[in-house]
Write a new protein. Structure first.
Length: 211
């Protein structure tokens, strides 16, 4: 997992509440056995025209299909982002599409955990603060937002400033690029010592005679 301390980027605005994981990554893509390539399916149904002669073609009115937002690394949404089923694929899709952070007033608990384990900073700000950043990004696609994870601040190029709270353990993991596997590998020496001791005790134990 890539370490992240400060992120300065443009943002893609999604002015909707209760965006659930089935919209983030529709259920038909959960059958895939790979853990890569999910970025192509992020908001799959919203990114495509659903009815009529152009069904299946890209919906040019959707924010992620607009060229001015193609470089965005931050997603801004309204409250209760990531609700619905607990699929980790939602975090995979967001990360693999290229987003490194999501700003919203609230997040679903399981999504919050999954996102942190996949290198995504989730920033909780109050609704007015989110609206300010949302409006500025809608008005100006080049609007730059800076998230400083070390200092837990959000600023922009128009004078915005806010602090956000984050679990200290999740902050530590993001700053150091540690997912669950990375956390385990920090203890490689201790694990090797334990296995060696276990093997030595097991294989050197006296054999019990059986009749």
């Amino acid at each position: 997992m890539e370490a992240i301390k400060t992120l300065t980027a443009t943002a893609a605005p999604l002015p909707l509440p209760n965006i659930d994981t089935d919209q983030i990554i529709p259920k038909q893509f959960l059958k895939r056995i790979e853990r890569t390539g999910y970025g192509d399916f992020l908001f799959y149904d919203w990114r495509r025209i659903q009815e009529g002669p152009d069904a299946g073609k890209p919906d040019t009115s959707f924010v992620l299909n607009k060229p001015e937002y193609k470089a965005a690394k931050i997603l801004i949404a309204e409250k209760n982002f990531g609700c619905g089923s607990s699929r980790e694929h939602a975090a995979w899709a967001i990360n693999q599409f290229g987003f490194r952070a999501v700003i919203a007033p609230t997040f679903a608990d399981i999504f919050y955990s999954n996102a942190g384990k996949n290198g995504i900073i989730l920033v909780r700000l109050d609704e007015e603060q989110v609206k300010t950043l949302m409006d500025r990004s809608i008005r100006n696609p080049d609007h730059l937002i800076t998230i400083n994870l070390e200092h837990q601040t959000v600023t922009d190029d128009e004078g915005f400033h806010a602090r956000f709270e984050i679990d200290p353990f999740r902050k530590y993991c993001l700053l150091n690029g540690l997912d669950d596997i990375g956390l385990t590998l920090r203890h490689t020496a201790e694990l090797n010592d334990f296995e060696a001791k276990h093997d030595n005790e097991f294989w050197s134990a006296p054999k019990v005679a059986t009749t």
